[in-house]
Ligand binder design. Structure first.
Ligand code: ATP
Ligand code: ATP
Lengths: 218, 218
């Protein structure tokens, strides 16, 4: 169990707080805006109304004692930067900061943020990739050359055939590591497993082969 | 190759546009703000300065002809809602809209958006999960019970042992589907593979076992 301080309870900081609380963690929520603090009063372990860019606020909150500190302040770039450098100077071990744009990101990195996130840009890329490969429900890039992906089978020529009949390993160089059929997952399916319409195959192999397989399942 | 119209070239819409262009797609960028349009003039296939909530703007742009339409307008909820309903009424097949908050999401869903995203909230959840399992570099939830994850090995008691010696399959019920060693990926590694410090194992199996394994590799 670890301790977390979330500074800035907007949509990003708020969702982060809720995720940690749902997983049984101790979370302190801090915001300058009373309404935002009140939204999380009954959710967070504790909440504080404070201006995080003021010198002694973070010291009084003993910010260095938290395992993780998240600076989720958006529009007020100055406040985000000052809170970040104060948290690091006071000794906070792991400071994650949200950046408004690439210049803000460079400042946060230089002043010592351990991780900088750009939620809007990163989601823009994710949704872009989702639109490019609509049958690829999820994927993990293992390296520049390999990936692991969930591919939904909607091509009628695939349905009714077994994994070995489709020759997925020989044709695409892919390992089928799991199949999801109507919500039920079979790990390491038999090569005689017959594929049904809308089954979701989890495959691993060369990235371009995973993309080709996704295109073929259309 | 598909056609895309991105309405709203802020951070989310802009990153989405760049991702599609980087993947060879035809993208029309639309924004009411000339500065934002100019940022993408040399990147997008084509750009237009226009107010997307005006009745005949989307019709004149032949919005129904695009395979995918993304409404990436933020603060102006009215413009986002009007652009979305106009795009659907004109016959756009796939309309993805960004929501400012949960009420906005409900409106967009009711008026016919095919997909609604909340970038800030979704990234807040992702970063929350990342903080909860710091050695889990990536994961895919296959179902309520199963997941696939990349787990980095930093526990010295694991290093120098083979996959079979660690009994990962018997102890955790997990299949090791790949190993990344210094950037190189080995798919379906031999059970005699000796694990090195900082190797990344891709495993698949019951979700709670994946979490236990992640905790153990600390
Ligand atoms: N100096 C400060 N100290 C503490 N909290 C602050 C400070 N400045 C801003 N905040 C809070 O940070 C939160 C997020 O900031 P803001 O709303 O400006 O950004 P945003 O990018 O729209 O956020 P999000 O995308 O997470 O909704 C707000 O709840 C705001 O009240
Ligand atoms: N009626 C409109 N027609 C076309 N574009 C619009 C309209 N209203 C707003 N936009 C554009 O949409 C873009 C995104 O909107 P805005 O900046 O309000 O939201 P945001 O939530 O901060 O965006 P992001 O998080 O993507 O940066 C801006 O570039 C803005 O100019």
């Amino acid at each position: 169990r670890q301790t977390y301080a979330i500074i800035g309870l907007g949509r990003f900081g708020g969702a982060l707080l809720e995720t940690l609380i749902a997983n049984g963690q101790d979370v302190l929520g801090i915001d300058i805006n009373e309404e935002h603090v009140n939204e999380y009063r009954d959710i967070a372990t504790q909440v504080v109304i404070a201006d995080a860019q003021e010198d002694d606020v973070l010291r009084k909150l003993d910010i260095a004692s938290f395992d993780h500190v998240v600076i989720a302040i958006g529009h007020n770039m100055q406040a985000s930067i000052l809170a970040t450098i104060n948290a690091k100077d006071l000794g906070a071990k792991n400071v994650i900061a949200k950046a408004e744009n690439r210049t803000h990101l460079r400042v946060l990195t230089k002043i010592g943020a351990d991780l900088v996130v750009q939620p809007e840009r990163e989601m823009g890329e994710r949704i872009g990739r989702k639109l490019l490969a609509p049958n690829m429900l999820n994927f993990i890039e293992l390296s520049d050359d390999y990936s692991m992906a969930e591919v939904q089978i909607v091509n009628p020529t695939f349905t009714g055939k077994t994994i070995s009949e489709l020759n997925i390993h020989k044709k695409f160089g892919l390992n089928v590591i799991a199949v999801r059929h109507e919500g039920e997952v079979i790990v390491a399916p038999d090569s005689k497993y017959k594929i049904h319409h809308k089954d979701i195959l989890s495959v691993v192999g060369p990235k371009d082969m995973v993309d080709d397989f996704d295109q073929m399942t259309n």
